[in-house]
Design a protein around this ligand. Structure first.
Ligand code: AR6
Length: 185
């Protein structure tokens, strides 16, 4: 979408549209999908495995050059065979009971991913429920952080127009949708 030049000041929405869907993130035709990676960035199971399988081996080759990624940070690659043009890899915290800065680190994932997206002219982005699979983060608490941090961060990033939260299963969908409603006021 192009923003036509205009000499007339106009009011424009600075709020990104947030939505929740159930499905497979690898199928989405958005500017970027987010990978819930580990700090090696060299692949794994869950959504990480699905993204590498769908993107093909060139994704792993690019990831090898990145030299890993600390928890809470984010790294950009191309999407290769994915419909999405880019993948933003972020490393969520492993749940250790809640006293190991998990909430702060998970919020960092969403904030750093969205800021990296805006820096790279990405307008539409889809997130999986980071850390809620193998890493064991309680899904309700994770959904609250995902939605709250995304609303706060995108308020300062007008380039981000659409953020989709992708639930792989029905229960995750219900949890994310409740968090979307709760944080929407
Ligand atoms: N589309 C959308 N969501 C998915 C998909 C998919 N195709 N596949 C799984 N999910 P997880 P984590 C959901 O375990 O907890 C990997 O081995 C899944 O149901 O993928 O951050 C990495 O290499 C869950 O809700 O990521 C790391 O070692 C969510 O994605 C580790 O797992 C996240 O589950 C990261 O663990």
């Amino acid at each position: 979408m192009s923003e036509g030049a205009s000499t007339v000041p106009r009011v424009q929405s600075i709020m990104a549209e947030l939505s929740v869907i159930q499905g497979d993130i690898t199928k989405l035709n958005v500017d970027a999908i987010v990978n819930a990676a580990n700090s090696t960035l060299l692949g794994g199971g869950g959504v990480d495995g699905a993204i590498h399988a769908a993107a093909g081996p060139d994704l792993l080759a690019e990831c090898r050059k990145l030299d890993g990624c600390p928890t809470g940070e984010a790294r950009l690659t191309r999407g290769y065979r994915l419909p999405a043009k880019h993948v933003i890899h972020t490393v969520g915290p492993i749940w250790r009971g809640g006293d190991a800065k998990e909430a702060q680190l998970l919020a960092n994932c969403y904030r750093n991913t969205l800021e990296l997206a805006a820096q790279n002219d990405i307008h539409s982005i889809a997130f999986p429920a980071i850390s809620t699979g193998v890493y064991g983060y309680p899904p309700e608490a994770a959904a609250e952080i995902a939605l709250r941090t995304t609303r706060e961060t995108t308020a300062g990033l007008p380039k981000i127009q659409s953020v989709v939260f992708v639930a792989f299963q029905a229960q995750a969908y219900t949890i994310l949708e409740a968090a979307l409603d709760r944080t929407g006021g």
